[in-house]
Design a binder for this molecule. Sequence first.
Ligand code: 6GU
Length: 278
Amino acid sequence: MLYDQALEAAQAIRQHSDVKPALAIILGSGLGDLATEIRDAVALPYSEIPHFAQSTVVGHAGRLLIGTLAGVPVVAMQGRFHFYEGHPVQLTTLPVRVMRLLGAETLLVSNAAGGVNPAYQPGHFMLLRDHIYMPGLAGASPLVGPHDERLGERFPAVGKAYDAELRTLAQQVARRHPEITLHEGVYTMVAGPSYETSAELNFLRMIGTDAVGMSTAPETIVARQVGMRVLGISLITNSATGNETAEVNHAEVLSTADAVRTKFAQLVMGIVEGIGAQ
Ligand code: 6GU
């Protein structure tokens, strides 16, 4: 059972650290650097955690860190599991259940995304106000399967999945850093791993997408099922309007992430400090 797997993983992790994290962080493509800011960190490769899959993507390290960030006890995933790697979606979100079992009550989830809103430029950030979960609408939800009461509700409400108070906090932090542009918008998750065609981008824009990526929505849904507050941040790595001259590629995604890593660290550190003060 999924719940027993999560429990076994949490118990194995507790053998290595007795820190009880208040906050869980998922670091997206190229954003894993923030992990170096975690103090007194215990780092566990996913291969050492029962039931964890392996992260197979360049730019994703594949380890769990437990320590303190800006004075707040945290558990952080440096690298995540994607549906497009061939893992069942229930498995890609298992770490969220595990981090909740370790004690985390809030999830800060980040990703690299394409900017569909024409005002979004590479290097800008976007807070997720809401999401459209394309694979989930079509049946690939992490909550599909036999129900076990220990997992949470069978039919969780996700209408207000992204916490308004945490978004306000993030906006306040961004205002202290004039070099950071922080939008707020709708993230659409597609399964990938191919990027979108021009026609698909047209469609995504018509349905209200501001940024498009290949992760996050299933993790948010599971986090809501287990009762966590969620803050989602996209780094806009490229413009995905369908009118651009050059096609997007993974190297471009990583190089934009690399160029803004200091801004991302400032934003997240400020948010974590604010969460610590709550
Ligand atoms: Cl343009 N599309 C998708 N699906 N994911 C992305 C992206 C685009 N840019 C970064 N990640």
